[in-house]
Design a protein around this ligand. Sequence first.
Ligand code: C2E
Ligand code: MG
Ligand code: MG
Length: 767
Amino acid sequence: MRIRYLRTRLIVTSVCLLSLVLGAVFFAVYTSTDFSAERQAQRQLEVGSNVFRNLLEARARELTNATQILVADFGFRQAVATGDLATIRSALLNQASRIGADQALFFDAQGDLRISSATMPGSDTAQVESLQAFSEQALIAMIDHRPYLLVEAVVHAPVPVGQVAMAFSLDAALAREMQKLTGLEIRFVSSRDKEVMSTFSTTPYAQQDMSLQQGTQRLEREGYLTTAITLLDQAPYSVVAQMASPLSDALASFDDLKRELLIITLIALLASSFLAVRLSGGLARPVTLLAEAAKRIGRGDYTHKVTLARNDELGLLAESIDAMRIGIAERESLIAHNALHDPLTGLANVGVMRERLNSSIVSGQSGVLAQCNLVTAELMVKARGQSFMDTLVRQSVACLGGQLPADSLLAWQPGVGFLLLLERRDLDEAVVVIDAMLAQLGEKMQVEDIKLRSQWMAGVVEWPLQGRDAGELLRQVSIALGDAAPGPERIAVYQAQRDQAYQRRIRLARDLRYAPEYKELAVVFQPKLDLASGEVRQVEALMRWTHSELGPITPDEFIVLAEQTGSIGMLTQWMMAAVASQLRNWIDRGIHLQVAMNISARDLDDPQFPQRIEHLLRAQQISPEYLSMEVTESAVMINPERSLNSLRVLRDLGIALAVDDYGTGYSSLATLKSLPVQDLKIDKSFVLQLAEGSDDAVIVKSTIELAHNMGLKVIAEGIESIDSLNWLKERHCDVAQGYFISRPLAAAALEQWLEDTRGTFGVVESA
Ligand code: C2E
Ligand code: MG
Ligand code: MG
């Protein structure tokens, strides 16, 4: 539609332009012919005017000669001198008729007109008025109200005795004669007091169009160019000779030219319009073709080659559009491929896997989904870089080629690993296939410059037994992979219980960060009984978390989680503040207890930690002896050097330190010797079932002895019975802690407990 519009526009524009140009040419030629016709007429007028003047002058000379001859004639002079009017008349008329003068006049010595030839014989009364010089000899005069060219001469005998005048009438005959000579129309117009008295004219043109103004002018209606010569202008008379050159004659000579010009112009217009139509068609057609090609490309049809057999810009444009068509087609197929495939391996991507899984589930099929990843993927990326890892993956894909069942689908997802879909297989069958795949992946291979054997693990999930859609299955299979471990456990099958535990972990890890803010944390204190004195001078601060929805969470669950997720620092901070404020409160109220805080490996890792403790104690004005810290031997062993530093600083501050859960780690007492600790806390697992002669009893007994030898005080935790308490007391254990003495209590309850049990354990001692 647009192109057609373009074509119409091109045609209309070019035809308009051509019409304009040709019209201008035509107009210019047309007007210039008119102009030159007018010029020609004007020149004719000029020439005519001159001829007219010359003619009048020639007539005047003729008259002059005739009158001169007459006044020179002796007989005539004689007749005049004697007043012989008959002779005078005869000679005068004779001479006048000889030269064809229209009027001959004789004036006597007094100047009175005596003879006038034009009047009736016997009446010589003519009225001569308004004389005006025309040339040297000639005058224009009104005689009996008619215009004449008049010449006069004085008759001397020898004194002036009279005067002779001869005149030609400025009448129609003269006008006709003039017309013959000049080719112009002539008119003599006499007027009196501006009113026309007589007109002698060769032209038929209307009286009212007459213009008696001097100079050339155009009489449009009549088609004449006129000029007027004033012969007499003496009030009340005026005589004007008007000459007119008909324009039609001059114009007629151009008529053929104009006709031809019109025909040529029309032919040129037609021819150029035809050409314009052809040309615009020639321009619009390729544009239409290109537009259609562009439309096809826009629709996604890249099959048609775009060509135009021309070497101009349009041909070039067609080539460019074709290059664009090829480029777009290539890129589109690449994009389409990339939308479904992983660019690194060329395998299907997770999107395709989801599709297949969903359609398989919808069609009611069963199957197994596996996720496989490299055991040390992260380490390998860190050590050798991503490109090494990429090469390894690519080579692993190559080595898998053709090994997997034909109806399986293998996909790769960066950061996730391989995803293998095995339809219509039960778990046992699938595990065999997956194990073979892991074995294949674990084969020795050369990657870049090193030969290596990589270890792979897999998580497996069955459907429809476990998952109901692709998203759920993919989540479950990655949980299963998390449970896999190198070696015999390299393939882990997803179990729903594990998932629940996992979900709970995720939730706790998420919510723990907000526990202080939501005031869900609390601190309880468990008394430590000094076995020698029977007094409680120390308590252990233990953290409690009551989740708003899940209820109380045990420290064994959330402390481990906090250590893994990095929230432990925040919890320790909270605990420090809680303990310090409780201590301040107790000291103020005269209750003097040493409070033991549990600290983690990460706290020891933080070089600022001892400083923060110091600031806090100073801020609350608490003496460091009121605080003690328990740290597990395994926490110390994670980064012994840094831990040792922190412990030393804490010790130097005056804070008592204890190794907690002793016996659960691998460190020997000799290792502990290097630590700046004063107390050793035997883990409750050894204390809970203390019976004479048991392994635990042997361990505890020897530990107490060895610790004492090394100058350490021994604390036993997990005392649940009086027997255990007594047994320990007998073995000179220094401090005892356990449910038998008291469960961990809130501050107020502890105060009450202290009140209630004062001296009680002394009784136990004696029992
Ligand atoms: P722990 O430091 O060894 O604390 C002693 C644990 O033994 C406490 O468990 C205590 O309630 C329990 N216990 C004491 N006497 C008996 C008994 O006679 N029988 C039995 N079965 N258990 C007894 P709890 O409070 O559940 O704390 C568990 C662990 O959580 C603590 O072991 C400690 O390692 C950690 N923990 C608690 N609070 C904190 C804390 O604020 N910071 C850090 N880093 N760890 C903490
Ligand atoms: Mg402890
Ligand atoms: Mg412990």
